[in-house]
Write a protein that binds this ligand. Structure first.
Ligand SMILES: [Zn+2]
Length: 66
């Protein structure tokens, strides 16, 4: 279950994200920092929430998975 859930978290929005996705102006907005998606730093799903890819690559961000 653990591994499958981890995989699902990468591709399926969680309840909070689905709620945000109902608001068109929030669809392309990072749920971690509130800034828009960018070509150089696209949004990815992390534990079901859409955040900038850079957050997962920054050990100080709280989203880093090493
Ligand atoms: Zn962000």
């Amino acid at each position: 279950m653990g591994k499958i859930k981890q995989k699902l978290d990468r591709i399926v929005p969680n309840a909070g994200q689905r709620e945000r996705d109902r608001t068109p102006r929030l669809v392309n907005v990072c749920s971690a920092c509130g800034h828009d998606s960018a070509a150089a730093d696209p949004l990815i799903l992390d534990e079901g929430s859409r955040i900038h890819r850079s957050h997962t690559q920054n050990p100080n961000s709280g989203f880093y998975r090493g």
